[in-house]
Design a protein around this ligand. Structure first.
Ligand code: F6R
Length: 242
């Protein structure tokens, strides 16, 4: 595990973007696992800057997002498809058909989960999986549980997760109660995992996830078993790690 702590958001964003654009420069056909939420916004901004400066092309890249809300129209501003278009896809040259996000409105959600896993398997291994971290230790939307699920599945969002995400909606009542998420088996199969965490409110869960017992009560603790885990923290999130 390689843990790096940054003094400024700007440096953290540059480091995150450098890892991703560096991978695509050396492997133009890279398969990227992508995340949404507040954490990666600055990294995506930096990637867009690098792209506009002509440093990198995403024409050959395939992407798979971690998750999508269930039952939120795909063109809703808070759907993860809208988020990805807004923050990344529409600014770079990745062909739309090479970007994948689970369909949270599928008539048959189980079939959609199987289809998503098959698409990932067909693309080969995910070269780099970008992750944020939930306050309760979730990765993707794999919430703390007695047992974790290997592949893509529908999950009931924890109340804590809905409360945290209410900031993106008018009220908590609008936050969907379910999501479709990649499973931990798929996440852990990625060749490299890039975990980014920001903010004082995540310092304790960062410490628990990276140094505490490996347990399904804290899904991110499973990342300790990964051979190529890179963790980028701002000073606040890394307070207990120094
Ligand atoms: C997002 C995702 C979630 C978030 C996590 C942190 O696709 O899978 O695990 O990474 O909830 O969210 P933020 O970054 O908003 O604090």
């Amino acid at each position: 595990m390689n843990v790096l702590i940054f003094d400024s958001n700007e440096k953290l964003n540059e480091a995150g973007a450098n890892i991703i654009t560096g991978l695509v420069q050396t492997n133009p056909r890279a398969v990227l696992g992508l995340a949404t939420g507040g954490t990666p916004v600055g990294v995506y901004e930096q990637i867009v800057k690098d792209y506009k400066r002509g440093l990198v092309s995403f024409r050959g890249v395939t992407s798979f997002n971690l998750d999508e809300y269930v039952g939120l129209p795909v063109d809703h501003p808070e759907s993860y498809r809208s988020y990805m278009n807004h923050h990344l896809f529409r600014h770079i040259d990745i062909p739309a058909e090479q970007t994948h996000i689970p369909n949270g409105n599928a008539e048959d959600p189980e079939a959609e989960c199987r289809r998503y896993d098959e698409l990932i398997a067909e693309a080969g291994q995910i070269d780099l999986q970008l992750l944020g971290l939930g306050h309760n230790g979730h990765i993707g939307f794999n919430e703390p549980a007695h047992a974790l699920i290997r592949g893509t599945h529908v999950v009931d969002l924890a109340e804590e997760t809905r409360r945290a995400n209410a900031r993106f909606f008018n009220s908590i009542d609008e936050v969907p109660k379910q999501a479709m998420t990649m499973g931990v088996g798929t996440i852990l199969k990625a060749k490299t995992i890039l975990l980014i965490v920001r903010g004082a409110d995540k310092a304790e869960i960062v410490h628990r996830a990276l140094t505490g017992p490996i347990t399904t009560d804290c899904p991110a603790s499973l990342l300790q078993t990964h051979p190529h885990l890179v963790v980028l923290l701002d000073r606040e999130a890394g307070r207990l790690m120094a």
